[in-house]
Design a protein around this ligand. Structure first.
Ligand SMILES: [Zn+2]
Length: 133
């Protein structure tokens, strides 16, 4: 079980941002979730090195997945790990569109549906306000 202290720590470590799509909690109506990077289903631990803060949409799409297909090559690829991978190595913004710089970035964007139109529209509005990314 995750205790309250772990939850607080994970939220604070993430700066209240989704560790995948970088949305800020304050701009999302749904409460961000503490997720298991390696899901429980695959025997991932409750240790804070296996926990990340994720927005509802990223977490919901990630589900129990560990991998995705790189849309560019079709190759089976592991998902981004916020604890061991550096976000900037794998992702970049093209305005409100998130693009993958690597197979891991591209597969993660695809599985987590980071570029669904409503998500792009929210980021675009926030970008125009100057509060994102
Ligand atoms: Zn997210």
């Amino acid at each position: 079980m995750m205790d309250a202290e772990s939850r607080r720590y994970v939220r604070q470590r993430a700066g209240n941002r989704c560790e995948y799509c970088r949305m800020k909690q304050e701009f999302d109506e749904l409460v961000f979730q503490i997720e298991h990077i390696i899901p429980k289903k695959h025997h991932g631990s409750d240790g804070t090195n296996n926990l990340a803060l994720a927005c509802f949409s990223c977490n919901n799409h990630k589900g129990p997945n560990l991998t995705g297909l790189d849309p560019k090559t079709g190759a089976l690829t592991r998902l981004f790990n916020p604890r061991t991978d550096k976000w900037e190595d794998h992702f970049a913004w093209e305005e409100a569109l998130l693009v993958g710089r690597t197979p891991i970035g591209r597969a993660t964007i695809d599985v987590l549906a980071v570029n669904l139109s409503y998500r792009i529209e929210l980021r675009l509005a926030l970008t125009e306000e100057g509060v994102f990314p």
